[in-house]
Design a protein around this ligand. Sequence first.
Ligand SMILES: O=P(O)(O)OC[C@H]1O[C@H](O)[C@H](O)[C@@H](O)[C@@H]1O
Length: 320
Amino acid sequence: MSMGRYAGSADPRAPEPVEVVKDWNGVAHAVLRSPRGATARVSLHGGQVVSWKNDRGEELLFTSSKAILKPPKAMRGGIPICFPQFGNTGTLERHGFARNKIWALDDEPPQLNHSDNGSKAFVDLILRPSDEDLRCWPHCFEFRLRVSLSKDGDLSLVSRVRNVNCKPFSFSFAYHTYLSVSDISEVRIEGLETLDYLDNLSQRERHTEQGDAITFESEVDRVYVSSPNVIAVLDHEKKRTFVIRKEGLPDTVVWNPWEKKSKTIADFGDEEYKQTLCVDAAAAERSITLKPGEEWRGKLELSAVPSTNCSDHLDQPGIM
Ligand SMILES: O=P(O)(O)OC[C@H]1O[C@H](O)[C@H](O)[C@@H](O)[C@@H]1O
């Protein structure tokens, strides 16, 4: 089984950096721990990160209090993997089938790169299509996912999709990242200003973002096309900034249901819309095409840092 260890941990009493446990449904979860106490939990149901906590034990991802945590229902929260379809743009169920499947621990993942191993706790998962998947989406693929937690508690997800078919196929994709925020009306997103977006609330009409930053006063469901690789989400009340870095994913989807829509979402508690913000690193607008034998990589890196001046984060180079 491919699970990473922190190099040179001197304390033999230190908790294991990677442990596999079962949840109450009997579904395996990999628990990643950093030496300073940050944790991440990855469920084999959906290959979904269901929890990410900082070294003070504060949960950084939102999960609905009414989320249905039983396969084959998708869990509303954490970081669902939307594949091979994002949203309702194709013939498959919304956001594709990957988030509803039981993934396997990957025993022999092909090497990723050296820098990704030594200093991180990580786990490798794999999804291959079942006969049922092939009936609704007739393309043979291997989807490998590595989830890593750095010593500083940063979370990263690397997806590798390989075409093991004899003909090309196309797919759309998103890391559907449910961030936990204190109050959505106190939150702003920087890094998407002046960009074009497609508004899912008005027949995907194209608009250009006008403000200095994105703020929230009503429902928002937008695809920012060709967005930069570094975006910051500032939570004034929590004095916390999420820095989102992406690679291989051209778009950013921003979603908050606001009060009215959230009442129509069955597994969504009252007022929970205030604590939810999805900022998805995605290939939503333009799909990715793979020829036989080709592989695509898409990476998401998340850091949660005390709020200072957000431009400090945006000035950092991308992760390419
Ligand atoms: O409720 P979920 O399946 O998690 O999807 C929630 C939302 O995800 C995306 O952001 C889409 O753009 C929205 O249209 C959708 O409502």
